[in-house]
Design a protein around this ligand. Structure first.
Ligand code: ZN
Length: 303
């Protein structure tokens, strides 16, 4: 926007004439024009690679009908406006970022259908939400703008980060916790992860599971989740099964788990989380010789 047109917009907003000397640079309560531009940019940058499939089942149609009145972009615009302190003068800064996600947390819903999950997230008392829900058939439903803070992680910790919701995108896979994850669902997930990784430059190490960040409370996604397949595509990590070697005597598995990110305040729970993901069989709190070799391989390769 040129100086003249900006001037005219300000004139309309402030009820003042351009060039009039003012006590402050810009009057209080002025609407930050640059925010509007950013919000529009955000709106235009909306996820495009995997359009939400047409809603088919009556339950899904019903759930879609209950969706919030405001679009995610409108909600962000509203937040930006209401975030202006009305007791302060406003002089718009030009250098800033919107909150950018840096982690992806993968969940399974423990529910029986996508529609049921969507209803749960839309019930006022549930106090839970996720950015994306992926159905068994591969249908992708977005429920929160990527820049908004979802309520999916709960009390959790990874490395030094304790407010995981503030830095992450939550993805819920429709799965009851005891069944395999169908190919259609994983294929949709992989496309979504690729989009998120390239759009927000999310590091490979930061694609993790709910059970990793809340080992005493959560066990999702289950042992049936294909972490190896994800790691082969660059989301999360895996070990070299062909060349496992015994770690040296100086290797401390508890320290290695802590360096990877696990909260070791309850070592038994953290080891369970590690084994659920990488060992799959015998998910317990004891590290066998092979488990330690797996841990050592991951530690050497990535940390
Ligand atoms: Zn979860």
């Amino acid at each position: 926007m040129g100086r003249t047109s900006l001037c005219w917009v300000l004139l309309l907003l402030l009820g003042s004439s351009c060039g009039t000397s003012r006590k402050t640079l810009v009057a209080p309560k002025a609407i930050p024009m640059k925010d509007e531009a950013r919000v529009e940019e955000l709106s235009n940058a909306k996820l495009t690679t995997e359009p939400v499939a047409e809603v088919k089942s009556p339950l899904l149609q019903e759930a879609a009908a209950i969706k919030a009145e405001m679009t995610p972009e409108e909600k962000v615009a509203e937040q930006r406006r209401t975030g202006v302190n009305k007791n302060a003068d406003w002089a718009s800064a030009v250098h800033y970022d919107l909150r950018k996600p840096n982690f992806v947390i993968i969940h399974h819903t423990s529910q029986n259908s996508t529609a049921q999950t969507i209803r749960t997230f839309q019930v006022p008392h549930s106090k839970v939400s996720a950015h994306y829900v992926i159905g068994r058939d591969g249908q992708l439903v977005q429920m929160l703008n990527d820049y908004e803070r979802g309520w999916h992680a709960g009390r959790s910790k990874w490395g030094t980060v304790t407010d995981i919701n503030s830095v992450s995108i939550g993805i819920e896979l429709d799965n009851n916790g005891r069944e395999p994850f169908p190919d259609a669902q994983i294929n949709t997930l992989l496309v979504l992860l690729e989009t998120l990784k390239s759009k927000y430059l999310i590091p490979q190490l930061n694609f993790i599971g709910h059970g990793d960040i809340a080992p005493t409370r959560k066990d999702d996604p289950s042992v049936l989740f294909p972490w190896k397949r994800l790691a082969q595509k660059g989301f999360g990590i895996w070990y070299n099964e062909e060349f496992l070697v015994d770690p040296p005597a100086t290797f401390n598995p508890i320290d290695a788990l802590k360096i990877i990110g696990y909260d070791m305040s309850n070592p038994d729970a953290a080891i369970r989380a590690f084994k659920r993901k990488y060992i799959v069989t015998e998910v317990n709190g004891t590290l066998t010789t092979r488990d330690k070799a797996v841990l050592y391989d991951l530690y050497r390769k990535y940390y």
